[in-house]
Ligand binder design. Structure first.
Ligand code: T4K
Length: 393
């Protein structure tokens, strides 16, 4: 429960009042399913004495995820970044690959780490997803692929990106780290492009502590990815493919199986929080809540608000006020991957091609949501924002 009611600026912690919450409210607080069920599975793992290397829990997890997403293959991994790297390598991408800058930096890192140049294309400022027209502008003779990101769980422009890929003979894959349970045109994400990559990190709405997966309907690709995940081993003593160690461990799969059973509740709770924020922030000048595509399901993983120039407070002032109240709001993914040192050094003028990315990066705030939100927290957080946004400093 919040400790106070916010009625005026005098009630704000930045002005010396006690914070609204005793304990920090995190963006990305893990959702933890049925503890007893998880512990039963852990005991089973210990009894089995099979801790990793494609054990029974991972196999069950892969089968359940594939069924849940309606896709032929799910290859579970130790985290989303390694899953991206392995997928990129299995697709034999090289040269340049087009990605948004407006994403977590891992999307670009997974390419750059393998000597591939991430070329940043701009986004649609309304959806925050790659703008297909901007993708077209970034194609060069060195381009071999496109990685679309379903940012904030909202499906990317899948059909348009696929059309561009087909036209230019490029490979298309998706970073679906935010999109577990989201849909595109009525179909569950996980089946689009050559493959899709999920993150099941602790901070994701569905988590396996750390974890990730590549999903695909392509048998040969799935087979190559399975080999690459386990050093290229095909049986004992026989390596038939270059590879690395991308394996998910049994305890992570146990967490995943448990959380999968409770995922519907997480989504319902997050939908409720999103609706409550939308209504509580509706009349605050200069503040808008990013709406989810009403035509599709969303993972409801993030609550994203935008602070317009017309607002009486800046985005950074609002974030500072929230943090003083113990509301650890974030500015994901400010300032954009193109402004992070490795990529700024590589492309010092990338911003010229990314006006929408730069515009959005200055506006966003990500607010806490998830199962651990205390009662009345959404209203109090919205009140803090409302008071900040109605007073010029
Ligand atoms: N592609 C995209 C689009 C992604 O968003 C990500 C990951 C990836 C690829 C790569 O997938 P992974 O390799 O991570 O599986 C976090 C996550 O570490 C990262 O997984 C996620 N995206 C990114 C958006 O957020 P940080 O550096 O912001 O995390 P951190 O440590 O600041 O934690 C966030 C908040 O959550 C904090 O307030 C603390 C709280 N927290 C965190 C953990 C780990 C908890 O309360 N409990 C916890 O156990 O990156």
């Amino acid at each position: 429960m919040p400790t106070k009611t916010i009625r005026s600026t005098a009630d704000l912690a930045i002005n010396g009042a006690p914070p609204a919450f005793d304990q920090p409210l995190h963006v990305g607080r893990p959702n933890i399913g049925d503890r007893e069920a998880f512990l039963r599975r852990v005991n089973q793992i210990l009894d089995n004495q099979w801790l990793t290397n494609n054990g029974p829990m991972v196999q069950e997890f892969e089968q359940r995820i594939a069924e849940h997403l309606g896709v032929k293959h799910c290859v579970a991994m130790c985290n989303g970044t390694i899953a991206l790297e392995i997928a990129i390598r299995a697709l034999e991408l090289e040269g340049e690959v087009i990605v948004p800058s407006w994403t977590f930096v891992a999307t670009a890192h997974a390419l750059y780490w393998q000597g591939i140049t991430p070329v940043f294309a701009d986004i649609d400022p309304v959806t925050h997803n790659l703008d297909p027209a901007a993708v077209r502008r970034m194609i060069t003779p060195r381009t071999t692929g496109i990685i679309g990101v379903h940012l904030w769980g909202r499906a990317a422009e899948v059909d348009e990106l696929q059309a561009i890929a087909d036209e230019h003979d490029l490979k298309l894959m998706f970073d679906a780290a935010h999109a577990f349970g989201s849909t595109y045109k009525g179909q569950v994400i996980g089946r689009f492009g050559e493959c899709e990559v999920f993150s099941f990190h602790a901070t994701k709405s569905f988590n396996t502590f750390e974890g990730g997966a590549v999903t695909t309907n392509d048998n040969a690709l799935a087979e190559a990815i399975r080999l690459m995940r386990n050093f290229g081993f095909h049986g004992y003593d026989n390596v038939i493919h270059p590879g690395t160690n991308g394996k998910m461990i049994e305890v992570c799969a146990a967490m995943g199986l448990t959380n999968l059973d409770g995922h519907g509740e997480v989504v319902a709770d997050n939908m409720h929080n999103h609706a409550a924020y939308t209504s509580a922030l509706a009349d605050i000048p200069g503040i808008s809540v990013l709406a989810y595509d009403p035509a599709g399901h969303n993972s409801h993983h993030y609550v994203v608000i935008e602070v317009d120039k017309s607002c009486a407070a800046t985005r950074d002032q609002i974030v500072a006020a929230l943090q003083a109240e113990n509301v650890l709001a974030r500015k994901y993914f400010w300032p954009g991957a193109h402004m992070m040192r490795p990529y700024r050094d590589l492309f010092p003028h990338a911003g010229l091609m990314l006006p929408n990315t730069q515009f959005v990066a200055e506006r966003v705030i990500i607010l806490p949501t998830g199962l651990s939100m205390p009662q009345h927290a959404v209203q109090t957080i919205s009140d803090i924002i409302g008071i900040c946004a109605s007073h010029r400093s």
